[in-house]
Structure formats: C-alpha cells, structure tokens
Design a protein around this ligand. Structure first.
Ligand code: COA
Length: 399
C-alpha cells in the first residue's frame, strides 16, 4: 500500500494521531489533545499506510526576521511515526511531502528543532542557529529600590507588547515574527502559566508615547528542599536603555530569595550583556535550530539586506528534494532589497543545506566552505559574507 500524505481529519484520525504523538513525546492523551487542538487541527498533517495514520506533523505558521524584514516561515513540530511503522522511510515521506506542500503554498522558508539531524538533513534542512540556556545569579542585578514604573501585564497591553517585541526582534536575524502558537508559549510555557510585568515607554522616540518599553514573563520555580527559587523567563525584552535598566532593577528586587534568572536565547541575551558583573553566568547548550530554503527565489527576495550594499552573487545549487531550486541563479542586491533571476556563472556552489545555513548567518561563508557546505573562490566567499552576514542567530522560543 503506498504511503499517503493528507490533511488530518479529526473525526477519523484523532485517536490514532494522539496515540502516535503520545509515544513520540511520552505525553499524556489529554495534554496532547489540548496541544493539537490549540495549535489548530487545520495545521496537522498525517501519513496513512492504508486507512490509518502512521505519522503526524504539525505546521506552525509564522515569520522570521532576516535583514530587517519578516520572511514567511512554517515551523515544523509534532513529527512522530508510530512505533510499529519506524525504520522504513515514513518520516522521510512525511517531511518530503510537507515541503512540497509548503512550496505549493508559496512558503519561502521552514525551520525546526531536530530531535535527530539525519532525518532533516536528508530533506535539505541544515543547522542555522543556537538555542542556549543562560543562567545568571539574580544577585548580579542591582535592585531598583523603586519598582514604581513596573506594573502587571493586562490583556489590554497585548498590542503594545507585541509592538515592543517586534521593534527589538526585527533587527535580529533569525528572530521569530511570532504567530499565535508562539505567543501562547510565551504566556503558557509547557511548565505552566507565566506572570507578566511591563514598563510603559514615555519616550516618543522608542515605541511611541503609549507604548511598552520593556516587559518580562516568568515563572518562579521553587526548590522544594532549600525553599529558594529560580526565575525562569519565557520572554525578557527591552526596547530602550532606560526601560532595560528599570526592568533589570525590578528583577534584582527578587534577589533575596531567588537564585538564578534563566532565559533561553542565542549566543548572548542582550540584556545579560548590560550586567556589570557577569561572574556566575552559565550557558548550557540545548538545541541547534535548522532552516530549509523551500523556495529559493522567494526566500532571497523576501528578506532584507544591508542598504549600503550593491553587488551580485552567482549561485549553483543542488537540491534533490525540491529540484525547482536547483541550478544557476543570480542574486542582485541593491538598496536593501534582493532580486533573483536564472543564470549567472555559478561561482558559489552549494547544496541547498549550505545555502540555508549561510542565509541564516550561522557561520561565515568561509567557515561553511571549510566544512564542505559551500564551494567557491575567495571573492565569491567575501561577497557572500557581505550579503548574508554572520551572527549565529538564536531566539528564546521553542516549538
Ligand atoms: C525520528 C522518527 C520520526 C523517525 O521516523 P522513521 O519513519 O523511522 O524515519 P525514516 O525511516 O524515514 O528515516 C529517515 C532518515 O532518518 C534517520 N533516522 C531516523 N530515526 C533516527 C534516529 N532515531 N536517529 C538517527 N537517525 C534517524 C534514518 O536513518 C534515515 O536516514 P537514512 O536515509 O540515511 O537511512 C521516529 O523514530 C519517531 O517518531 N521518533 C520519536 C519522536 C521524534 O523523535 N520525533 C522527531 C521530533 S523533531
């Protein structure tokens, strides 16, 4: 019986899909049902072997900022294959068909957190950034001694909160342009609901006179033996230096009972960089995230570039899974925008995986060349470095 990739049909597939996801992620049926219904049944896909589903995949629509522009992106989560259907190419079919569907839908890029990289590399994803856990003793933040500017978050703050996030995320390559699924994870991470606090921004040149200048969402995780706790942040954002100082001072007020402030981010969290005394900072590797260029022309034209750059880059790309991306392309960059056409002399040769990693600025193009992810002469690698930059993008969100 051929494997069939199809939309999820709740009336037919719910019980079996929940069983597959429970085995895949060691979940409880009720929790899994809540997860997929909150994510939207319309975003779930299955692979059938005959009538019954043998695999699941959840699409998480959002965007990702590159070069100051939001590129439409589909995050992939909930990849699971029934324990009795593993080891015969079901996951590869699931991923290949879901990429073909994204391409038909006009999605430029896709990202995911891999439980195993082999599967995703086979279909063209490559490491693109870091997801690290940073832990800094709360005592490193000087207490404000006046927390007046800080107030609890209310639902009416939501539009201004999102504007504050966007103002800080947009300049960071790789940061998510969050959709509802990711915002819900900020307010309700898997460990339980978070408390939110905001600081109003009075300066008209930051987020506007009615804006929010900084905010934090966190849970206090208590050590049952010692009674002290960690402050685990699901989001920690400041859009101006004044608001950043006030927010860190507010968190410093928890220092009498709190041990660590914990946040996930890329190689650095910008607010931790404001700390006077970083002694005691511990950074723990959690995950790489991976990127897939689904539609090469759309991905290269949707992102932004340095507005001071005027150049062109000739690519010769291999892509077995989505052959529409393969072959020679010329990217022209001018005034911060890119245009793409077929042709050029293919000076920079790469698999679609190498292009994804370079696009995200995971490493310099020269470092990609050392690993065999791209091939090209020195001038071509230098142009690629100017076009894509290198910032080892990371973000606090997990999906
Ligand atoms: C990981 C999982 C989805 C793989 O499903 P599967 O149908 O057995 O995978 P496939 O047979 O299509 O294998 C595709 C490729 O991935 C590789 N792969 C699959 N499972 C792997 C594992 N556990 N470790 C390393 N590589 C693995 C295979 O070797 C194969 O590569 P190849 O073409 O070089 O042989 C399945 O084991 C599963 O559901 N695991 C639990 C949940 C999970 O980890 N989901 C992924 C979340 S990101």
């Amino acid at each position: 019986m051929p494997l069939l990739y199809e939309p999820f049909d709740p009336a037919r597939d719910l019980d079996e899909a929940v069983r597959i996801l429970c085995y895949a992620f060691a979940g409880e049926p009720d929790g899994v049902k809540d997860w997929i219904s909150n994510a939207g049944f319309a975003n779930l896909r299955v692979v059938r072997d005959g009538a019954a589903p043998v695999a699941t995949l959840l699409r998480v629509p959002m965007g990702q900022f590159f070069g100051g522009r939001s590129v439409p992106m589909v995050g992939v989560a909930g990849v699971g294959v029934s324990p009795v259907a593993r080891g015969r190419g079901v996951a590869r079919t699931l991923m290949t068909e879901s990429l073909r569907e994204m391409r038909r839908d006009g999605v430029p890029i896709s990202a995911l957190y891999p439980a195993t990289s082999t599967l995703y590399r086979r279909v063209g994803y490559e490491y693109a950034g870091l997801h690290l856990e940073h832990r800094l003793p709360v005592s490193r933040f000087r207490p404000a001694r006046d927390t007046q500017p800080v107030r609890p978050f209310t639902q009416s703050d939501l539009p201004a909160l999102k504007a504050c996030y966007t103002a800080t995320a947009m300049p960071c390559d790789g940061a998510l342009d969050r959709g509802d699924y990711i915002w819900n994870r900020v307010f309700n991470p898997r460990s339980g609901p978070c408390a939110g606090f905001v600081i109003d921004e009075l300066s008209p040149d930051a987020c506007g006179p009615d804006g929010i200048g900084a905010y934090v969402f966190f849970r206090q995780e208590r050590d049952p033996v010692m009674g002290r706790h960690d402050i685990e942040c699901s989001d920690l954002v400041a859009a101006s230096p004044r608001a950043a100082r006030q927010l860190l001072g507010f968190l410093g007020e928890f220092g009498s009972m709190a041990n660590d402030l914990v946040i996930r981010a890329g190689a650095i969290h910008p607010l931790f960089a404001l700390c006077d005394e970083p002694r005691g900072l511990r950074t723990i590797f959690r995950e790489y995230w991976m990127l897939r260029i689904v539609d090469l022309a759309a991905a290269l034209t949707a992102r932004g570039y340095s507005s001071w750059l005027s150049t062109s880059l000739d690519l010769d790309v291999r892509d077995e899974t989505l052959p529409e991306n393969a072959g020679r392309w010329r990217l022209r960059v001018e005034g911060g925008r890119g245009t793409v056409e077929r042709g050029g002399d293919g000076t920079l040769r790469c698999d679609i995986r190498g292009l994804a990693s370079m696009y995200a600025g995971f490493m310099t193009p020269r470092a990609h060349a050392v690993l065999g992810l791209v091939e090209g002469n020195d001038p071509a690698l230098a142009v690629a470095a100017a076009v894509f930059g290198s910032n080892s993008a990371g973000f606090c969100d997990f999906f």
